[in-house]
Write a protein of this length. Structure first.
Length: 452
């Protein structure tokens, strides 16, 4: 994927706060708003100011957005009413019509997919209806056919996953762009998590799908074997998970990519339900299972997982939510430190991450239900109290690509190695995280170069 773009926000600051990372439950930013979301929560810029906003679905059905204002001021809350008959399973938030303002996609089981567009009064109007969806799971917005416009991908639990291509005006229509038929015959169901990512650094987007099928008892059942669709550079995709080392049948829910060793390529973390989670190291484009005791000793029923640098020391940490909350702090040189309950004893079920107070440290908004049931605890904002490490935050503006440069990869060269981040929409299992690119740089206050 060849993308020209402008760096819109570039900040490299030392923050002289405490050295220990802690998260604080904040009630002021959302004016003590009481919501109980299901798994579908989001943090991203919705109004074009490059500050991270919050997208919630109260009870999985009522859309609420909270827009970030100047430092110290509470968010502006907009309540958009009931938008779904059944609680949501999927949520993707991105700019489909390239006007700088984000659209919202969401969908529940046995309902039409729906696109909502923001009007001049700050309200989201129901503007598109999408068919062919049966039991949606995770969704993504990505430029699938590389025409400069965001398209939509939706995992399906009971059949083939779905692709909706953009007609270059923001309207989406179903297209069987990729043949998802497995080599071993099956109904091609069990699609749970997904990410569009250039894992092999060849400047085009590939697709990784994590698969789970509770009724499939054999790890060789194709309905539970993770798949990797590799782009040949001409937008032709073929399944090659086994070739690249990512074939696995352990009932996976999420698969996410990030660089854990600062060697300039993307590694992969997969959360499983039938066996321990897996960390794959990217070795010249091929993945090796590097799972060791520090992961295998900590099994959990995981629903979300991200790789982000929460302490800004220059290395991506791993946070997993679900039955247990596991934060593996990456200390560099393959040294990891586990923290249980980084957000208190109440287990976070689902979450989204971004910088909610524009201080250079990543925060989360957390929900406490189970799957698409809202549970009995309100959503919470957890603010990162920070430390004295530096950071670099980059927001992208596309010039010949989609408006936010989604799909672009940025490499940062400095004394701590080659760090890499890519701009994406839709991660883990039904969530959207900030598309601003966040680099911690530790005690390093000078960088050598940035490559986009």
């Amino acid at each position: 994927m060849y993308i020209r773009m402008l760096i819109m926000i570039l900040a490299l600051y030392p923050l002289l706060i405490s050295a220990q990372i802690e998260f604080k439950h904040d009630r002021s930013l959302n004016n003590n708003l009481s919501t109980r979301s299901t798994l579908s929560v989001g943090i991203t810029d919705i109004n074009g100011d490059y500050k991270d906003d919050i997208i919630l679905l109260n009870n999985g059905q009522q859309l609420i957005t909270a827009q970030q204002n100047a430092e110290g001021l509470p968010f502006t809350i907009h309540q958009h009413g009931m938008i779904l008959e059944n609680p949501a399973w999927a949520l993707s938030v991105g700019d489909l019509n390239n006007d700088g303002i984000a659209e919202i996609f969401t969908c529940g089981i046995s309902t039409f997919g729906r696109i909502f567009t923001k009007n001049q009064n700050g309200q989201y109007d129901y503007t598109q209806q999408l068919f062919n969806l049966s039991f949606p799971q995770n969704s993504n917005m990505a430029d699938i056919n590389n025409d400069g416009w965001l398209d939509l991908f939706v995992c399906d639990e009971v059949g083939y996953s779905d692709i909706f291509l953009n007609n270059q005006s923001g309207q989406l229509s179903y297209n069987d762009y990729i043949d998802f038929t497995t080599s071993v015959p099956s109904d091609n169901s069990g699609n749970y998590g997904s990410e569009w990512v250039d894992f092999d650094d060849d400047r085009d987007l590939d697709l990784f799908i994590t698969k789970c099928k509770p009724v499939a008892t054999s790890p060789e059942d194709p309905r539970r074997i993770n798949v990797l669709f590799v782009n040949d550079g001409n937008n032709k995709f073929s399944e090659q998970a086994e070739i690249f080392g990512l074939k696995n049948g352990d009932q996976s829910w999420t698969g996410t990519f990030g660089d854990v060793d600062n060697d300039g390529d993307l590694d992969c973390f997969v959360s499983n339900h039938d066996s321990p989670h897996i960390l794959y190291e990217n070795n010249n484009g091929f993945f090796e299972n590097k799972t060791t005791d520090w992961i295998t000793a900590e099994e959990s029923v995981a629903y979300q997982a991200v790789m982000r640098d929460f302490d800004n020391n220059g290395y991506n940490d791993i946070f997993v939510s679900g039955s247990r909350n596991l934060m593996w702090w990456n200390l560099g040189n393959d040294v990891w430190q586990l923290e249980n309950e980084p957000f208190g004893p109440l287990a976070v079920f689902s979450f989204a991450t971004g910088d909610l107070n524009d201080d250079g440290f990543l925060d989360i908004v957390a929900s406490y239900g189970v799957l698409n049931s809202p549970g009995k605890y309100n959503d919470r904002i957890w603010l990162n109290k920070g430390n004295d490490n530096h950071y670099l935050k980059i927001s992208l503006k596309g010039t010949t690509s989609n408006s936010k440069g989604i799909g672009a990869k940025v490499k940062l060269f400095s004394a701590i190695g080659i760090q890499v981040q890519d701009a994406r929409i839709g991660e883990s299992y039904g969530t959207t995280n900030s598309s601003n690119l966040h680099f911690g740089t530790g005690l390093v206050s000078m960088i050598d170069s940035i490559h986009i």
